[in-house]
Write a protein that binds this ligand. Sequence first.
Ligand code: SF4
Length: 434
Amino acid sequence: MVTQPVSFSIAGRLPIGGGHPVLVQTMCNTSTDDIAASLAQCRAMAAAGADLIRLTTQGLRQVESLRQIKEQLRAEGILTPLVADIHFLADAALAAASVADKVRINPGNFAKEHEVACVKFRELMALCKQHGTAIRIGLNHGSLGERITQRYGATPLAMKEAVMEWLRMCVKEDFFQVVVSLKASNTLVMVEAYRLLYAAMRDELGYLFPLHLGVTEAGNGDEGRIKSAVGIGTLLGEGIGDTIRVSLTEDPVHEIPAGRQIVAAIAEGYSPKGGRSVVEASDWNDFIIKASCLWGPSLLDKKIDDFSLEGSTIGGAPVSEADGARFRDLLLQACRRRFTRPEYIACPGCGRTLYDLESTFNEVKRRTAHLAGVKIAVMGCVVNGPGEMADADYGYVGEGRGHVTLYRGRTPVLRYIPQEEAIDKLLELIEGDR
Ligand code: SF4
């Protein structure tokens, strides 16, 4: 079989796939209906160099808000393509096809019955063809449908199989403006899913659709950057991936420099086959990203058990013993080799977020820092949060109106409690189980 790389231009001006430079994207965490706030964030993201900007588009009202945001940005000369983030409402996707430059969907969520979802997906392809709009089929580990998990479990294989179904339909309908993502918060699952999909597209489908890489719910700070650099860097180092998003529970503008640093690190040879053996970094963030791209893949694949920082420098000075030890712990945990601290799963927040996620997450981290090995999820909304918490032991999920539901695994155990009490209750719950 001759395999063809699929390449196209988003919004007629931004080439993707087929060896074009890797695009770095981000997503607004504003309510899309708050047009002034969304515009301000889009301007900041464009100024920071975002190649693509995604906005939450739950329904038809948000499609209209997106239209107004796009018109204003274009009037200001900001041409960054905009992506409508749809999850459940197929009609919102159909309406967004004539407004957004790209529509992100999970077709498995379009309808309960698979046949209905297929009909809606075909309709969407026809509309996108008409308007020159691209589609991202964005499937997450936490949002696999029962139809697939009953057959394959919640595995990387299931993620690959689920996407291949939709891609076969794209080929059949002669629709090639498609990008695919298969994100997970677990770096092993994420890397394996993309590797399987890449091989299946090459060997079974005959078309290499562009891939959007990301570690979802990566958290914030050093942990978020290291986890993302391990997952994204491993694949980019293998020549897999066309666009990336580093999801951080921080100001989303920070995602752009972090993404650029990963792309640059790979280009500078910081990968297992890149020829480097020590890290020469300008500052701490540069160091953790380069070092994660260099040693993360071999740790993840269990080809090495440890690494040496001898000879590596930050700003020309050797890495201090304390910094080196802290980084070693973080990298080994991000590669799922040794758990020395709690494992946090936190969504980046979006237009669906129902509380101050960033400060709450930092407070949860501060109060639970002693719980090594416990997996704690902090999620912004009840619509996607519980599904996306993946394999968390405990979950803190925003319900809106100042209330939170706490989960043990996937089971809600304390429903709709006031937010002021929620962290205390979370600690009581965890401590009570120990
Ligand atoms: S869990 Fe909810 S709030 Fe968080 S990113 Fe996903 S949709 Fe947005």
